[in-house]
Design a protein. Structure first.
Length: 256
């Protein structure tokens, strides 16, 4: 496990001093004088403008980042990055919220309904993640653990609002089902195909994987809890924080 003190020291490094040369492009998102525009690099386009985002969702409502809890009230949130209970030891979100693109939320709604028939439900650890957080995570993670975090050179499916970190709960007790590791673990057991596990854990992981893949998600091999929505390539990387998304006028909740 990472040393939290060293992580905190790295975390507070000024973003403008981060060496991005290793990524092969220039990050403009964190330069305050740039203002609220679409940030373009030699390889990436990163949307940080609320006005541009609003224009996008008028043209294509599927681009809308919906508040998951508001649209699926029965879903449980445990947003670890809004607390210190995560690998960095630091709260990186100001709010305990979860957003995802409209088709992702619609798929999660179907999954929640399907699981309810088995007495199960979903718990979400993370969903949409502003791009700046991905950069910070990369900066504080040791080189031998980089496979567990997204490379800012490509951006994350989380940055596109098309990935969820998720587990299963028992609806009667509210308790999480036994899974291979705790959330955010860097152990080999966290791999989605790790086999040397108790039968009940393998069964629980299989239930999760099956219901997710049957509803448009793909398994991420290094993390049993991480699933990417198919078609994520069609969505831009985003760097709009939760509090700004909440200020926008979202459409009514999706039909149930």
């Amino acid at each position: 496990m990472l040393n939290k003190q060293s992580l905190k020291k790295k975390w507070h490094t000024c973003p403008s001093k981060i060496n991005f040369a290793q990524f092969g492009f220039f990050i403009l998102v964190f330069i305050g004088s740039c203002g609220n525009n679409i940030k373009k690099t030699s390889q990436l386009k990163i949307v940080s403008s609320s006005s541009y985002y609003k224009k996008q969702i008028v043209l294509n409502p599927n681009f809308t980042l919906l508040d998951i809890k508001k649209n699926i009230p029965s879903i449980v949130l445990d947003i670890r990055y809004a607390t210190k209970n995560n690998f960095s030891g630091i709260a990186v979100y100001k709010r305990s919220q979860a957003y995802a693109r409209k088709p992702v939320v619609m798929a999660l709604q179907k999954i929640q309904q399907s699981l309810a028939k088995q007495g199960l439900g979903l718990k979400i650890y993370d969903a949409y993640r502003p791009y700046r957080v991905t950069v910070k995570f990369w900066n504080i993670t040791p080189n031998n653990k980089k496979e567990f975090v997204a490379n800012p050179a490509k951006g994350s499916r989380h940055n596109r609002g098309c990935a969820v970190d998720i587990t299963l709960i028992d609806l009667k007790t509210g308790n999480e089902l036994a899974m291979p590791t705790p959330y955010d673990s860097f152990l080999n057991m966290a791999y989605a195909d790790y086999a040397s596990l108790p039968k009940n854990v393998l069964k629980n992981r299989e239930i999760l994987q099956k219901v997710m893949t049957n509803n448009g998600f793909k398994i991420f091999k290094a993390e049993w809890w991480h699933f990417d929505f198919e078609g994520w390539e069609a969505y831009d990387l985003m760097d709009i924080e939760f509090e700004n998304l909440e200020k926008l006028n979202p459409p009514p909740p999706i039909a149930r």
